[in-house]
Design a protein around this ligand. Structure first.
Ligand SMILES: [Zn+2]
Length: 150
């Protein structure tokens, strides 16, 4: 939310969400190329749904647009770098009967990181992807991590 300095005791104006926040014109639903940063890299998402102002070209993402854009960008990023999918990461964790929190501790990740990977809200880095593949493909790796986890 932007703070307007000169507003004096005015009730907030209820705008329909199709009004342009910049100029007030009625925005139109469009599809087009939008970019989003994933792990520090700009990812282009073709045909992303959004609202665009016909007057000033302002772009607004509805809640669902933003969720979709983020999920698509993460999927494109994973494909581009040849990373494990969300389901493949979940399968590795479940094979070892670990909760997301327990697996995150072994990998020394933040508590929400795995849930973001498994729901497609974020992608693992290539370095973490390599570690996940080692856990998946080399027997004994999980035991090693358990012995050496902080
Ligand atoms: Zn506008």
């Amino acid at each position: 939310m932007t703070k307007r300095s000169s507003a004096v005791a005015k009730a907030p104006v209820e705008r329909p969400d199709s009004d342009c926040p910049a100029c007030g014109a009625t925005m139109a639903p469009k599809r087009g190329r939008l970019a989003l940063v994933v792990n520090g890299e700009k990812v282009q998402v073709p045909s992303a749904a959004h609202l665009r102002c016909p007057k000033c070209q302002e772009i607004v993402l509805r809640f669902e647009d933003a969720r979709r854009l983020s999920a698509d960008a993460v999927e494109i990023y994973r494909k581009k770098h040849g990373l494990l999918s969300a389901d493949e990461i979940r399968a590795i964790r479940e094979r070892h009967r670990l909760t997301q929190a327990a697996f995150a501790r072994l990998l020394r990740l933040g508590p929400n990181t795995l849930s973001r990977w498994e729901s497609g809200r974020n992608a693992q880095t290539e370095a973490m992807d390599t570690l996940l593949r080692v856990i998946r493909d080399l027997p004994g790796t999980m035991e090693y991590l358990r012995e050496h986890a902080a």
